[in-house]
Design a protein around this ligand. Sequence first.
Ligand code: PLZ
Length: 452
Amino acid sequence: MTQVDTDAARDAIPQRRVLVTEIPGPRSKELASRRARAVAAGVSSTIHVYVDGASGAIVRDVDGNCMIDLGSGIAVTGVGHAVPAVVQAVSEQVARFTHTCFMVAPYEGYVAVCEELADLCPGDHEKRSALFNSGAEAVENAVKIARHATGRQAVAVFDHAYHGRTNLTMALTAKSFPYKDRFGPFAPEVYRAPVSYPLRDPEGMTGEQAATRAIEQLSVQVGAGNLACVLIEPIQGEGGFIVPAPGFLPALAAWCAEKGIVFIADEIQSGFARTGAWFASEHEGVVPDLVTTAKGIAGGMPLAAVTGRAEVMDSVHPGGLGGTYGGNPVACASALATIRTMRELDLPAAARRIEANARPRLESMAKRHAAVADVRGRGAMLAIELADPDGLRPDADAAQAVARACHANGVIVLTCGTWGNVIRLLPPLVIGDDLLEEGLDVLERALDEVLP
Ligand code: PLZ
């Protein structure tokens, strides 16, 4: 074992939920009052404990409480917190060099990450990648590339979409509050179409019918010949873990291929083994022209990518893409170790196992509570939607109350959804069966407390 391995093993936090103070405890409260005087109010946090360490699927706070992490920092630490192989790769890279700027002096890690992306992303065509820092930056660049390649300007996005918080990606995002409210004016040439939302679509609507509805609207309101790209999350994340009806994504992709529109899959939340495949597009055999990735790719280091057809990517002139930090060497080292670990541990299979364990539990909760209107998702990207059983009026208050009860009992869960009424589970894919079971027990008790 190397020095780093030994340190990691010694520092590993036992994979157990342990509450030693109320949540938040005294040291977290102290930090909250420092925060209020120093941190901008516009940046908020889901839980009110301050983190001291994390390992596997456990997050330990500054008061010594150990919480079960069913959020992975919003689908980032799929590989687990402080995984020794990742810790070691990052530590070694920090000691070798932290930055040269790939546009100034290139290095192998960047190239190797792009090779991995070419191998992992759907389709066996020739691919190229460009690396960035954040998901929003990847989406911005995917749109830039699609516009450049097609010479067209219009961008189609969907109801309930989330693509980021920069100016263009706010325009691409559907939900006004909190993301867009009073932050306009927004970028032009963005058009929104209806998505497939099986719970709320007319009864019996197929994926193909939902695609036709979207395509007809775009054809009439924008015109296929004006569209540079159609941008879609194969499973919508922030919008509510909405899984489109089967056939929806393939029909959209086929229309794009026919009309020369670049089909972009935003796999930033759904990618990197999260849904039980490397990418969610694969569940329906969809091969996107461009794929945006971030979050899970680098086990917690900031890294994002656009990967796609060589002819689309390489349509951009040298110097047309880049940025000071994009593909930072430490982030690349982390990504390479993360991907290697994901392959070695077969984390797509781990995600399927999480679904096999968790979905029946969620379904039994739905049976007992009429307000659980839907159980959905794939792999380790699962959710329940809370709504009034007659009429499906979204119940955000209940979702918030359930989440708060989970937090108070040492389980990190997140909410999402256009109406804030969805509770989502995004555990690290390495979570043990017992810990997942215990997290679900806490969620079940929270539902029992909050719901009739
Ligand atoms: N595309 C599909 O899920 C980020 C947002 C958290 P960045 N989702 C978490 C918040 O409230 O800011 C996301 C995503 C999809 C793009 C993004 C944007 O990725 O790395 O946050 O810029």
